[in-house]
Ligand binder design. Structure first.
Ligand SMILES: [Zn+2]
Length: 130
């Protein structure tokens, strides 16, 4: 299950961006050639986030295609297949680039329910501080 390694990389990026705030959701862009399976990634993410700021957070994976360029006819296209042949001429003399990036696109931070500050004093003290 190589998703665990990927999930750990994502968690590292999430923790950096969250800076200690609780995370409810992370959105990730994963290249097609990483072959990320979303349910497996979800499970792996649950596993590695246990006890972290991202514990219980959901993960959205957006798979981005690799770029295929045909050396024979110059056709360019997106592909999810590392062994793709040119969709225009069927040739296999192609360059496949990209498709292996893993990018943390965004995170959602939980709403702060307890705003730090002196709200207790503002609410009035039964002992009468004024
Ligand atoms: Zn071609």
């Amino acid at each position: 299950m190589h998703e665990v390694g990927l999930a750990e990389a994502i968690l590292e990026a999430v923790e950096k961006r969250a800076a200690g705030r609780p995370v409810t959701r992370a959105k990730v862009r994963a290249g097609a050639l990483l072959h990320v399976v979303e349910p497996s990634m979800g499970q792996a993410f649950q596993l590695v986030t246990e006890g972290t700021v991202a514990e219980g957070a959901a993960i959205d994976v957006v798979v981005t295609p690799a770029q295929i360029t045909c050396r024979a006819c110059g056709h360019q296209d997106g592909t999810h297949d590392p062994l793709a042949v040119c969709p225009a001429c069927g040739g296999d003399d192609v360059d496949v680039t990209g498709g292996n990036e893993l990018v943390l696109e965004s995170i959602e931070i939980a709403e702060a329910r307890d705003v730090p500050g002196n709200s207790r004093r503002d609410r009035g003290d039964p002992a009468g501080s004024a």
